[in-house]
Design a protein around this ligand. Structure first.
Ligand code: SF4
Length: 190
């Protein structure tokens, strides 16, 4: 009998997300954006929600903030192709407005299912919405660069690349945070 591999399961979850109508964002999106990367990724990065370019292409972090994220990853020896990149919401909120609690609640089970399949060493939370949704109500200016451990997952908290594009000071903070991330990953097995 054919047994489904982890890749098959992730692919089937992707198809479910593409067809999802669990919240009203399904009526305004062009494409759902489940995320991309290998199923055996050691690092998963979680942003807030797809923007215009992501909505057009169905791919995560493909705009300017994606370029910045790829360069932050490269600086600490990680290739974009070896990490899994996704977001809290899989469909774009109109005009990039902030995600609503009801949308987050409807969408989060997909992310947890992705995390259970991938089982990464580290989950990097990019920005306040990702931190609040997965790690709890913390002040980004105080918790960035830190770890938050739960029974099942280890989270590393930092800013969203879109904030670093607006404020050079935040870009410097993100660079330092990613260096801390590199050290953490090194300690956990290279
Ligand atoms: S945001 Fe999530 S819950 Fe809402 S329609 Fe998209 S995939 Fe479904």
């Amino acid at each position: 009998m054919y047994e489904m591999t982890l890749e098959d399961l992730l692919e089937s979850l992707n198809r479910e997300i593409h067809a999802c109508t669990k919240c009203p964002l399904s009526r305004t999106r062009l494409n759902a954006v489940p995320g991309e990367g290998p199923v055996n990724a050691r690092v998963v990065l979680v942003g807030e929600a797809p923007g215009a370019k992501e909505d057009e292409t169905g791919r995560p972090f493909v705009g300017k903030s994606g370029e910045l994220l790829a360069s932050l990853l490269k600086d600490v020896g990680l290739d974009r192709d070896e990490v899994f990149i996704t977001s809290i919401l899989k469909s774009r909120p109109p005009r990039n407005r902030a995600p609503r609690a009801s949308e987050i609640n409807a969408c989060l089970p997909y992310l947890y299912r992705q995390l259970n399949l991938i089982d990464p060493t580290m989950i990097v939370l990019l920005g306040g919405v990702a931190i609040k949704s997965l790690a709890g109500n913390m002040k980004l200016s105080e918790c960035h660069g830190e770890l938050h451990e739960t029974n099942n997952h280890t989270f590393f908290m930092t800013y969203h690349p879109a904030a670093a594009m607006r404020f050079p000071r935040i870009l410097d903070v993100m660079k330092s945070d990613f260096e801390l991330l590199r050290r953490e990953l090194e300690m956990r097995g290279g």
